[in-house]
Design a protein around this ligand. Sequence first.
Ligand code: HEM
Length: 127
Amino acid sequence: MAYDLLKLIHVGTVYITFGLFLTRGIWMLLDSPRLQDRWVRVVPHLNDTLLLTAAIAMLVAGGLNPLAHPWLIAKIIGLLLYIYLGTMALKRGRTKTRRALYFAAALATIGYLIAVAVTKQVIPGVI
Ligand code: HEM
């Protein structure tokens, strides 16, 4: 599959991930029972799987070795951090205050990942 099409899928699923996470975080803050809806527990995982699959396919199609590109290593570490912070925000954080802080940190991490992707720099705008 052409690199450009994979990138389109990747970026499209990034927007969906962001929208779904923002929505779930707001439901968490409001103690909404909708957080437990079946589709809410399934669709984000399907989307995230597609996001990551497209990312890996891009590395293969573009002959990109993450070890040779520090910004790609930053994205992999950033993604793992986002998964951890997101789980703490939506499920595992013990108090509402902690979950809210994890939520804010997860949103900041997505922002960082997007900045890294656009600039291809580990510290966007600097190096
Ligand atoms: C939640 C996690 C991620 C977010 C928010 C994200 C975000 C983005 C965005 C916004 C772009 C488009 C940048 C542009 O305007 O050119 C992009 C491109 C890209 N991302 Fe991700 N990404 C994520 C995870 C990953 C991972 C884990 C990898 C693999 C290590 C990856 C590899 C790439 C590659 C290879 C491109 C194409 C760069 C180019 O050719 O311009 N991304 N990403």
